[in-house]
Design a protein around this ligand. Structure first.
Ligand SMILES: Nc1ncnc2c1ncn2[C@@H]1O[C@H](COP(=O)(O)OP(=O)(O)OP(=O)(O)O)[C@@H](O)[C@H]1O
Ligand SMILES: [Mg+2]
Length: 254
């Protein structure tokens, strides 16, 4: 019997995954033989230069894309060979996702977008869930915006709606691809504190891609990618230590 993901203290896991595009000399290894797990109840940051494979890794772990080789587990479920319908069901139940592009539904207003994960499940939020949504709206400064549609919001406001939506269902694991990329430093800090408290207070698990050493300093663990491989896996570090590590990795690559 194979050890279960949950027995390893993990919420998601990949083993020897590769994602390759193109053929021959055109071949690009977006991810190259990566094995890693996302720890339960921890905040993991994923860093690395542009094109190093961060989004690819997140998409594979969240079942949004399939690997060329290797295996992927979401919780204890091996999702490597699953079809779209099954994947969609698993994703809806288990994960929240903040995309690099915000992925809001343009025809729905903010509240409609926040209630979407429930609507997709064929129901309305119950009282407790609606209270959670309202608290997120208030915390993220979106109260005046609930009946606006995405095109009427700034980039940072759209990003906050996407974050609130990912947290609305209290999923077991949240994958966030640069969730603070479009935010000013004050709003960014608020979002990071919110993510931190989702982990510390509610025991949720977060994997967050970021380019920002300050954002990564909120994490319990930092994975560094370069050229499709994980080149460093460390515990919490200060923003200064993270900057220095990034500079070293970039210098080594140059
Ligand atoms: N559909 C595709 N076809 C060909 N190459 C692709 C495709 N998608 C991604 N790649 C390549 O795979 C590599 C990793 O891409 P990925 O989006 O994972 O990088 P990233 O680390 O998220 O970068 P960024 O910080 O810019 O978002 C890049 O070299 C990219 O060009
Ligand atoms: Mg990316």
């Amino acid at each position: 019997m194979e050890t279960k993901t949950s027995e390893l203290g993990l919420v998601a896991r990949v083993a020897n995954v590769g994602k390759y595009y193109g053929e021959g000399t055109q071949r690009v290894a977006a991810l190259d033989d990566v094995s890693i797990g996302i720890r339960r109840g921890k905040f993991t940051a994923i860093m690395g230069p542009s094109g190093s494979g961060k989004s690819t890794l997140m998409h594979l772990m969240a079942g949004l894309d399939s690997p060329t080789s290797g295996r992927v587990w979401l919780g204890d479920a091996d999702i490597t060979g699953l079809g779209d319908a099954e994947l969609t069901k698993l994703r809806r139940r288990r994960i929240g996702f903040v995309f690099q592009s915000f992925n809001l539904v343009p025809t729905l207003d903010v509240m409609g977008n926040l209630q979407l994960p429930f609507a997709l499940d064929g129901r309305k939020p119950n009282r407790e869930e609606q209270q959670r949504i309202d608290a997120l709206v208030k915390y993220l400064g979106l109260t005046q915006r609930v009946d606006h549609r995405p095109h009427e919001l700034s980039g940072g406001q759209q990003q906050r709606v996407a974050i609130a939506r990912a947290l609305a269902t209290s999923p077991e694991v949240i994958f966030a691809d640069e969730p603070t990329g479009a935010l000013d430093s004050r709003t960014s800090r608020e979002v990071l504190l919110l993510l931190r408290s989702a982990v510390t207070e509610s025991g949720q698990s977060i994997a967050m891609v970021t380019h920002d050493p300050v954002a990564a300093s909120y994490a319990d663990r930092i994975l560094f990618l370069a050229d499709g491989k994980i080149v460093k896996d460390t515990g919490a570090m200060t923003a200064e230590q993270i900057s220095a590590t990034m500079l070293n990795l970039e210098a080594a690559a140059a």
